[in-house]
Design a protein around this ligand. Structure first.
Ligand code: C5P
Length: 212
């Protein structure tokens, strides 16, 4: 079990998928689960800041996470929503939904079940090493300069660089200051600054830390 945490644009997804494939492990993107609940909230016409209504939607949502690192998927009530969860509406609302304690309890329990069923798994998110799997064999906290993170995200999404930088700063602030399970380096986590490193270099460093 490898826990990979860090802010948006730190390289978590690319690195975690590549590491999982190299290790013959499963891969779980917990951000996709928070995004899927957010999609359900928006579809239901619920205000993302209405904690009680959001918790109800989360409790009723049937999520299914596919954990193949070559083809990770997410379904809500049997319907694939991989494209929908990457849209700007979901990105704008996800930090509010992820701040609701009942949503976190619900999704953390699901994530722990998925981890328990897997022989080897790489899990990425914001609270994996601190809350979801504090006993992970390796805990990593990926960082990168704000400029590098905004540049990577804007090339991935084709979005304007300044708008992307502002969105990342906003989500970092919300994710790091929320009361429940804020984004933070977990005790015992190895911090890796990916600024200026290629994906191969980061994966090689993590394999070195694992001794594999
Ligand atoms: O990783 P990604 O950018 O897709 O995550 C979307 C949002 O989900 C984050 O901004 C954060 O608010 C939330 N999240 C979280 N805890 C996790 C994973 C994601 O709060 N373990």
């Amino acid at each position: 079990m490898v826990a990979v945490d860090g802010p948006s644009g730190s390289g978590k997804s690319t690195v975690s998928r590549r590491l999982a494939a190299a290790l013959g492990a499963r891969y779980l993107d917990t951000g996709a689960m928070y995004r899927a609940v957010t999609w359900a909230v928006l579809q239901a016409g619920v205000d993302p800041t209405d904690a009680e209504a959001v918790a109800k939607v989360a409790g009723d949502a049937r999520l299914a996470s596919g954990t193949d690192p070559a083809h990770p998927t997410i379904e809500l009530d049997g319907v694939p929503i991989d494209v929908e969860i990457r849209g700007p509406e979901v990105t704008a609302a996800v930090s509010a939904v992820a701040a609701v304690p009942a949503v976190r309890r619900h999704l953390v329990a699901q994530q722990q079940d998925i981890i328990a069923d897997a022989e080897r798994i790489v899990v990425e998110g914001r609270d994996i090493g601190s809350v979801v799997a504090p006993d992970a064999r390796l805990k990593v906290y990926l960082t990168a300069s704000a400029a590098a993170r905004a540049y990577r995200r804007s090339t991935e999404t084709d979005a304007d660089l300044d708008l992307t930088a502002a969105d990342l700063a906003r989500r970092d602030r919300l994710d790091s200051t929320r009361a429940t399970d804020p984004l933070a380096r977990a005790p015992g986590a190895e911090e890796v600054d990916t600024t200026g490193l290629s994906v191969d270099e980061v994966v090689a460093r993590l394999r070195g830390l694992l001794g594999e």
